[in-house]
Design a protein around this ligand. Sequence first.
Ligand SMILES: *Cc1c(COP(=O)(O)O)cnc(C)c1O
Length: 486
Amino acid sequence: MIKENLQEKITEAYNSETFKEQGYKMIDMLSEYLANITKDTDSRVFSNKTPRQVEDIFKCTFQGDRGTEYIEIEKDLMREITPLHSPHFLGHQVSSPLPLSALSNAMMSLLNNSNCVYEMGRGAAGIERAVTKWMCKKIGYNESSDGFLTSGGTLGNLTALLSARQAKAGYDIWSEGVKSEKQLAVLVSEQSHYSVKRAAAIMGIGNNGAISVASDKNYRMDINALKEEYTKAKAQGKEVFAVVANSCSTATGTYDDLESIAEFCKENNLWLHADGAHGAAALLSDKHRGHLKGIEHADSVVWDAHKMMMLPALATGVLFKNGKMSRQTFSQNASYILDRLDDSNWYDYGLRTMECTKPFMSLNVYSTLKHYGEKFFGDYIDYVYELTKEFANFLESSEDFEIAVMPESNIICFRYINSKADLNDLQIKIREKLLDEGNFYIVKTGLRGKTYLRCTIINPYTDMSHLKALVEDIRKIAADILHPVS
Ligand SMILES: *Cc1c(COP(=O)(O)O)cnc(C)c1O
């Protein structure tokens, strides 16, 4: 009896006609969103609903509500999203995905081919190989390089650093664990993403095992400071095994000087990891590739396709100059097995990643690259990087604003300065009011004791007119804050 009931429900749940019908409605809904949002600058990009209110909206008992069309449930959600396709979305480093990539993602989900082992998804293995080999080539690596995709730059940084530790620790750390008599450490820019310090803590070398290296006035890793910190760490008996460079940094979008850092690493037998989560995609731009000069010397590189390639979360390339290094991360160390780590089982990707099951994340990278061609992505980089520079020049020429540093990528930090009031406090208040009004979404960041407003110009629909409108809004808000009409 119960079984029959279930059978009926299963048949209904897997009904291909229902899938088609709801699917068409879903496409209609998303197409309408897309058609409006890329032009619309009047409606809110930020809702000032409190977390508590949102909690109440979605609270339910999950008893099953098959009276409601599936699409209606999704429509409820549409009212509470942050619309990343709005040209007024200027906040975090999250892309406005190419619509066709969402179709690949739907396909990826239904087919659910995970390529932990080849037999689970041979197409997924082949496509992941094509995408990662392409990334290696763009970096300038030779044929002995290799990599894989993983779920995000945070996990990518951890995996690359585990590899570095395995390669440089000098004993079988994977089996024996971290020994207290040998204090391992990595040197990282003070401007590093927090995931690097977190990785150090996870690896058991402690947050303090990630030694901060000061940056220069442009927020680029200071090479002299790097040398000093290294000498100091050695004198304290610490065993430094890697340097992590920003390509580019999160807060200001500044690229570290990879050539000089690589030279230093070579002299001292250190692993160089380039965190290109945000900025490695500039390798696709003829104009901006120069920022990554020397990246081919890095032992490992992390590259988020879901940041600067207009793709949805998540797809992160973890690329290794010596492909064997990517195969020894989760196995016993020691060069004696390195020889056996040849390329013959490249297709069992689970051996090299933190994940066992993982999504078929290479599909949308592959499909959109194949469809649009890599030049399209390079041109996109050119557009947003240059727009950001234009915006910086505009702010520089306005007496009431200052920028933290001339941007090298599509990230810009700036502040309103036309006041004798506490400027840090003022920026915070400006942003609060701006978000309260909801017409723009921007973030803030602290740099050397100063609070800045921060934009990531990542949506290809954003242009100078939107940025000028933002400036006007900020001026009005600042005036209201500084001279309230009571
Ligand atoms: C965004 C970012 C990360 C984290 O990547 P996720 O994909 O968000 O996990 C790491 N490093 C840098 C420099 C970043 O900008």
